[in-house]
Design a binder for this molecule. Structure first.
Ligand code: ZN
Length: 353
């Protein structure tokens, strides 16, 4: 059920290999540039048609690394006979992928992790979300560090037949490129978008590789089902018979196969959830993110906002508003009175760490 389909279009026509990247902690106040550590090379089929590497036995696996710095394991799978882990640093909330021997990770329960790491930003943020009375719409973290002189930009890539709106990224780099390099952005991605936009995905990865963008990748569900005729309580992930585990884990596998390291965040399709599905996402160790500034809906960003725009070709109004906004703010951007913030670091700060 959780195995991605075979025969998916290859990551890149001539690419024979791809690498895992560890997404380093970006501290807005001390960082010069994002730390990117190559963990291991991930060879694709040599010779004939390259295919996306297959993951096997992908599963939720809670544990703690035995080596310092102590990290929490969220997932485990096998690749070419090696055990692979998706890890989160509970202090920084940054995630990474590592190939580790089995004795390097001690299995743990979610409850024991909450006790052991109760003072860390990650576990504190999970506890805050567990206590939240979930709304039907826009539940989750919707505003981070309110002392910031700017906001976190989140860009959704829901399934779409249209190409990526590359002008968003071109404008971002033109506006912020001299002041912030790389520019922190959060991109939420759905499996169906990745499958049908391999060139656009390669474009985004190239912006990251050349140091223009520092991308936090967020799971936006695999299918992102939506029926315009259905009322919200039975739409998106609330559609009856939705396989929530499949939507979460299959999308993570697709992200990993495409060389993206999933973050600890999750964005509900349509920003629609209820208490039951919200708590199920938390049970996967993921933090739902909402938005208090969906520009296409006329909501204005505040300090520390999570601004939402769609760059999947389906939201020209929001994109125009965003481009207008950064043009208006150009003087403030130049003198660093107005900045974009990396989401994990901003959430860490809002948790008082
Ligand atoms: Zn969406």
């Amino acid at each position: 059920m959780l195995q991605p389909g075979t025969g998916r279009k290859a990551f890149s026509g001539k690419k024979q290999g791809m690498v895992w990247q560890r997404v380093g902690f970006t501290n807005r106040y001390t960082q010069a540039a994002i730390r990117k550590v190559l963990i291991s090379s991930w060879l694709l089929c040599a010779g004939s048609m390259p295919t996306l590497a297959q993951l096997s036995g992908y599963t939720v696996f809670y544990g703690v690394t035995t080596q310092k710095p102590t990290q929490v394991s969220l997932r485990k799978w096998a690749f070419q006979g090696r055990s692979m882990y998706l890890l989160v640093n509970p202090q920084t909330m940054n995630t990474s992928v590592a190939a580790l021997p089995d004795n390097a990770v001690r299995r743990a329960t979610q409850t024991s992790l909450q006790q052991q790491f109760g003072r860390t930003a990650y576990v504190k943020a999970l506890a805050v979300e567990k206590a939240r009375d979930s709304n039907l719409q826009d539940a989750g973290i919707e505003r981070a560090d309110t002392t910031e002189r700017g906001f976190s930009l989140t860009i959704d890539l829901c399934p779409s037949t249209k190409p990526l709106t590359r002008s968003v990224f071109e404008n971002l780099i033109a506006a912020f490129g001299d002041e912030e390099k790389p520019i922190p952005v959060t991109i939420t991605v759905s499996g169906l978008w990745m499958n049908s936009h391999q060139d656009d995905l390669a474009y985004l990865k190239s912006l990251s590789a050349r140091g223009d963008l520092d991308i936090t990748w967020v799971n936006h569900s695999y299918h992102h089902r939506f029926d315009p005729k259905r009322p919200l309580p039975v739409n998106f992930l609330l559609e009856p018979n939705t396989d929530i585990a499949g939507e979460v884990l299959l999308n993570e596998q697709t992200m990993l196969q495409n060389g993206l390291v999933p973050s600890v965040f999750f964005r509900f399709p349509g920003l629609v959830s209820d208490k039951l599905v919200f708590d199920r996402i938390l049970d996967f160790g993921l933090l739902p993110i909402g938005s208090d500034a969906w520009l296409a809906k006329g909501q204005q960003p505040k300090q520390g906002s999570l601004v939402l725009i769609h760059a999947n070709g389906n939201e020209p109004v929001g994109i125009n508003d965003f481009i207008q906004l950064i043009r208006q703010k150009s003087a403030s951007i130049r003198n660093k009175q107005w900045l974009l913030y990396e989401l994990p670091a901003s959430v860490v700060k809002s948790e008082g760490n």
